[in-house]
Design a protein around this ligand. Structure first.
Ligand SMILES: [Fe+2]
Length: 238
């Protein structure tokens, strides 16, 4: 089963789909690339809105697209792309987990990751790990801002790695990094991170073809199986 684990497909909630009409087109594109389930992960910035207000808006947007998704034969799961800040410790993170799971997707700041930041993040991971399983959103993207060594320090925690499908395009600067993670079995999930129907459209095929060619279809399916296990409420190992 092909699952898009990262999307901004819910309308009018963040910088993703702007309305239900665009969402319907995105759903249709997802279906055409063989996708059966989508995890909706709108941005959550704790500094900008309260958790309750975010959840209320997200759930309203979800209700608005549920029937359109069903009509396409697609399942939608609600989650969030949670921007990391130490004050996340003060909220009930279970509410930000992907529906029916203990997995929460976290996004790091787009800057050079200092030793101080890495220590703070590691302490956060350690303090929530008994209840919350973390997924790092589009791990490769941070290499636009920080060095590999710092990023590997983040990955060396109890965190799963999600990669963006679009980063697998030919001549992508992050291919070597991503291929290393796949070769080591430390890339767990794939997401399109789709925001619209043009510049950031659903693009699972880019990753599927690249991984099939470089590794095998089995390597692609391994990541899809991880996604399915998580959505079934199971905990996956490294
Ligand atoms: Fe995203």
């Amino acid at each position: 089963m092909i699952i898009d684990f990262h999307s901004h497909i819910l309308p009018g909630i963040d910088d993703g789909s702007k309305d239900i009409s665009m969402t319907k087109k995105m759903l249709s594109m997802e279906k055409n690339s063989g996708i059966k389930a989508i995890v909706a992960t709108p941005h959550f910035y704790m500094s900008e809105q309260s958790l309750d207000s975010f959840l209320e808006k997200r759930d309203r947007a979800y209700e608005a697209v549920k029937s359109a998704a069903e009509a396409e034969g697609l399942d939608i799961y609600t989650g969030a792309e949670v921007y990391f800040t130490p004050s996340l410790m003060d909220v009930d993170l279970k509410k930000l987990c992907i529906s029916g799971t203990s997995y929460m997707m976290v996004e790091l700041p787009y800057q050079k990751l200092s030793g101080n930041f890495i220590r703070t993040f590691k302490s956060f991971v350690g303090s929530v790990s008994s209840e919350i399983h973390l997924i790092l959103a589009h791990a490769e993207r941070y290499l636009n801002f920080t060095d590999e060594e710092s990023l590997y320090e983040i990955l060396d925690t109890d965190i799963l790695v999600q990669l963006n499908c679009g980063s697998f395009k030919m001549f992508s600067p992050h291919l070597r990094f991503m291929n290393n993670l796949i070769a080591n079995g430390t890339a767990h999930l794939l997401g399109t991170d789709c925001h619209n129907i043009t510049s950031r459209a659903p693009n699972m095929d880019i990753a599927r073809k690249a991984i099939d060619r470089k590794f095998s279809h089995r390597a692609f399916l391994r990541m899809m199986n991880n996604a399915e296990e998580i959505l079934n409420g199971n905990i996956i190992g490294d």
